[in-house]
Design a protein around this ligand. Structure first.
Ligand code: ZN
Length: 332
């Protein structure tokens, strides 16, 4: 690393964890600090935790804070990139209209840039991961919820206020189960890990025969997508049926994305993607049955390449991009 190499402090703020990293323009992570998000402490406690994590990241990279050029933060929820405001976040209780960008700018005395976590992960995959150089693709993360980012012509589709790309909240079933966003039948209310666990618990409570509980220490509140997966791997018919149902809804959403955006590639990340073909193959099949054949034939479905680092790398890439844009302006 040359000492003149620009560095960015990348922050991936999640509902359960905070990942901070000092990152260079090649996407190399010079350090990595992982900590638990003290979500119950509200914005102030969480911002303090970000600051502490960043200090450890600087220490890990053996650099002083003033060595970085800017801060890029990816945050869950409705993030207005232009105003730098996190309007609301399903995973962060108490966050309403928080000017996160300006708060971090003040704290670090550096330019800061805010982006939605799904869009950040998409950028990470675009610059450094599975979608390197792919001009039209969609990143989909399937875990406790469903999120993502849409890249059109090599650029994140931001919409008018940076709020576009909330793919997890497209309506799949108009009378479907309620979603925490206030709507019902959203993609993530039907096809996420949370939805899968909920469906399993409902069946168990109704007295269905299944071995799922034996993978959850016999406790219904410990039933998760993972325990359903474990039971399915051992041949539990109900577990397999529940995963197929999740795959079905996942595939319906994929078909919508294929028809609307005609992407070259759909990159799939998130914890549930680790179920692999048990979930993904049947989902791709459903997408193939429902999408326009001409569009479906040319789309490639690939697994994400950066794992848990896509968000933090993408937040840094976003900051690099924005800095470059500013340098390009004659009046800066
Ligand atoms: Zn929703």
């Amino acid at each position: 690393m040359r000492t003149s190499d620009p560095l960015i402090l990348g922050i991936d703020l999640g509902g359960t964890k905070i990942l901070t990293s000092v990152i260079n323009s090649q996407g190399e992570m010079l350090s990595r600090d992982h900590s638990v998000t003290p979500a119950a402490k509200g914005p102030e406690g969480v911002i303090q935790a970000i600051h502490a994590s960043a200090e450890r990241a600087f220490e890990g990279a053996s650099i002083a804070m003033d060595r970085v050029s800017a801060v890029g933060v990816g945050a869950p929820g409705l993030a207005d990139t232009e105003a730098g405001i996190l309007y609301t976040s399903p995973n962060l209780p108490g966050w309403k209209d928080v000017p996160l960008r300006d708060i971090l700018q003040e704290k670090f005395k550096k330019r800061a840039f805010l982006i939605n976590d799904g869009n950040a992960a998409a950028l990470g995959e675009y610059y450094f991961g599975a979608a390197k150089g792919v001009a039209h693709f969609i990143y989909v993360t399937i875990s406790t919820g469903i999120g993502g980012g849409i890249v059109v012509d090599g650029k994140i589709l931001n919409g008018s206020k940076g709020l576009a790309g909330e793919i997890g909240h497209m309506t799949i079933a108009d009378k479907g189960p309620p979603c925490h966003c206030g709507n019902r039948g959203c993609w993530e209310a039907l096809a996420s890990g949370t939805a899968l666990a909920k469906a399993a618990r409902k069946q168990i409570e109704a007295g269905a025969y299944t071995t799922i509980l034996s993978f959850a220490e016999g406790k219904i509140d410990k039933v998760t997508a993972q325990t359903v997966q474990s039971a399915a791997e051992k041949g539990d018919p109900l577990a397999n049926q529940l995963i197929l149902k999740t795959a079905y809804y996942f595939g319906v959403g994929l078909a919508n994305l294929v028809n609307i955006f005609n992407p070259e590639m759909i990159v799939i990340g998130g914890g549930l993607s680790n179920m692999g073909n048990r979930l993904l193959e049947p989902a791709y099949q459903v997408a193939g049955e429902r999408a326009f054949n001409q569009a479906y034939r040319t789309v490639r479905f690939v697994r994400a390449g950066l794992g848990r680092n896509s968000g933090v790398l993408g937040a840094a890439a976003f900051a690099f991009d924005e800095m470059k844009k500013e340098l390009g302006k004659p009046d800066v």
